[in-house]
Design a protein around this ligand. Structure first.
Ligand SMILES: [Zn+2]
Length: 326
């Protein structure tokens, strides 16, 4: 191993350690200052305990995330090429950035050391936000939400971190506590009246806990926790798979009045409204997906059949890609 490589590896480890210290301190300060809803009185109030919770979660979360990725790296035959595959499973955005970096030189973020760095920082930052806003319910099964987000759920959490970065200064984080998810009442959205959820972060959601749309978005939070990279990659894969067929179907289909459905609406319905993860979310919400237009919306049976083929294919590809590295 050459000296430049060792220097980079050591540099990334030092950067991870410094990040942990900075995020812990930031969590301690901000967590003590931020106002959250007292579960007994219903009033918004601040408490030093929030800062302590954030500090503890930064340390535990950073450690959990780093250990999880380390355990996945451990059995790899060729740790360097395996790290590239794992990077795309769990940290897709930094991994794609690294694909461009790798054109001009060695891999940085998807090197084994880079992955450990990403896991530590993404885990610790998310844990800091979780502690600051006291989102985790430590009683009952709710306590599972934190370790799942720091391990298997990292795949969605790396997008959730971006939502935090875009939203935190202006999107009005809700003050309710212990619901196992972040809720920004405004913030990033793809359509004005639609909420947008990544990892444990729900954006542009003004509806309170327990309401129909809230339950829809929380379904996505738990889909990520349960299915990890198979949720995020199958969601993205489904959208890519149906994009062109959806555009063609929309351009060639007519509404009841004889007007064209339109390629954009066709793609939206096949890529989004027929996506099995969304069909599940809308079922929990109790919302008919045909409310936005009935053409090209499939019922449950064709959705399930398509899911078996498309999700089955993508999942098998992921397993083979990782399996080849063992
Ligand atoms: Zn949804």
């Amino acid at each position: 191993m050459n000296v430049a490589y060792l220097d980079m590896a050591r540099g990334l480890d030092v950067a991870a350690l410094i990040s942990l210290g900075v995020l812990g301190l930031l969590g301690l300060i901000v967590g003590s200052l931020v106002k959250v809803k007292n579960n007994t009185t219903g009033q918004d109030e601040q408490s030093g305990l929030g800062g302590v919770e954030a500090l503890v979660l930064v340390v535990v979360g950073g450690f959990l995330a780093r250990t999880f990725i380390w355990l996945l790296l451990l059995p790899l035959n060729d740790v360097k090429s395996g790290a590239v595959v794992l990077g795309h499973f769990f940290f897709l955005i930094p991994a794609v950035i690294d694909d461009f970096i790798a054109i001009g030189g060695p891999r940085v973020l998807t090197s084994p050391e880079g992955l450990l760095f990403l896991a530590t920082v993404i885990g610790a930052f998310t844990a800091m936000m979780d502690g600051v806003w006291r989102i985790h319910d430590w009683k009952g099964l709710g306590w599972l939400s934190f370790p799942l987000d720091m391990t298997w759920g990292l795949a969605g959490v790396n997008y959730g971190l971006l939502l935090h970065l875009v939203n935190f200064a202006w999107a009005n984080h809700a003050t309710e506590t212990r619901h196992n998810g972040h809720r920004y009442q405004s913030g990033f959205r793809l359509k004005p009246t639609f909420a947008f959820t990544q990892g444990s972060v729900m954006s542009n959601l003004s509806d309170n806990p327990g309401t129909d749309l809230y339950r829809h978005e929380m379904t996505h939070v738990w889909q990520n926790r349960m299915f990890g990279p198979f949720y995020t990659l199958n969601y993205i894969g489904w959208m890519i798979f149906w994009l062109i067929p959806g555009l063609i179907a929309g351009a060639t289909s007519k509404t009841a009045t004889g007007a064209s459905v339109g390629p954009g609406k066709g793609a939206e319905r096949w890529c989004y409204f027929n996506c099995p993860w969304e069909v599940w979310g809308y079922a929990v919400q109790g919302q008919d997906r045909k409310a936005w237009g009935s053409e090209l919306i499939w019922s449950a049976v064709p959705v399930i059949i398509a899911a078996i083929f498309v999700f089955g294919g993508i999942t098998a590809l992921c397993i083979v890609l990782y399996g080849l590295q063992l």
